[in-house]
Design a protein around this ligand. Structure first.
Ligand code: PRP
Length: 189
């Protein structure tokens, strides 16, 4: 880890996906998901913390009568830009998902470790169906096979922050997705 001391200022980071581009794509995803689940109750499971902003925008553009929300806290990165390859629950769901159509809402699919873990623990709870929407997909980073059902953007191997995504809990508030470059080479998010 070799960032300069303290958070970078926002203009030191290159915008990868501006707020308008993100909003447009989120709108498209909401329309597609609404069409696919029309007439069926849907439980969204937002993965904390990164997915909260994405979920908030996604759900308000969905055109579904029966949609509910729960949150699952999962951590994998700690304070590093490199995945630890381990996932753990930091906050469990409040309600059972047994017999429900469940859609996992994730901000980013990176190594696939968290995604695999989620599939395993949520499948064990016997939902009627289990699918996933991710805003960002970095397929070049996979250490496990993982494929989301709905993908907002496929992105290169850059460490990204903003729109809910953090580096050491900073930058989640940014309205767009930005690239946070390290001074040294080596680790990447
Ligand atoms: C990020 C992200 C995913 C996961 C993806 O979470 O929100 O859950 O990492 O990485 P992977 O595919 O390599 O497992 P993080 O652990 O950073 O927690 P956060 O959402 O609270 O920021």
């Amino acid at each position: 880890m070799s960032f300069a001391a303290g958070p970078k200022t926002q203009n030191q980071m290159e915008i990868l996906l501006n707020a308008e581009v993100v909003a447009h794509r989120v709108h498209e995803l909401a329309a597609q998901i609404s069409a696919d689940y029309r007439g069926r109750p849907l439980r969204l499971v937002g993965i904390l913390k990164g997915a909260w902003m994405f979920l908030a925008d996604l759900i308000r553009h969905m055109d579904l009568e029966d949609v509910s929300v729960d949150f699952l806290g999962v951590a994998s990165y700690g304070r590093s830009t490199k995945s630890s390859g381990e996932a753990r629950i930091t906050k469990d769901l409040d309600q059972s998902i047994e017999g429900l159509d469940v859609l996992i809402v994730e901000d980013i699919l990176d190594t696939g470790e968290t995604f695999s873990y989620l599939q395993e623990i949520l499948t064990a709870r016997q939902p009627k169906s289990l699918k996933a929407v991710v805003l960002l997909d970095k397929p070049s980073r996979r250490t496990r096979p993982a494929q989301a059902d709905y993908v907002g953007f496929t992105i290169p191997d850059e460490f990204v922050v903003g729109y809910g995504l953090d580096y050491a809990e900073n930058y989640r508030q940014l309205p767009d997705v930005r690239v946070l470059r390290q001074e040294g080479k080596g680790e990447k998010g």
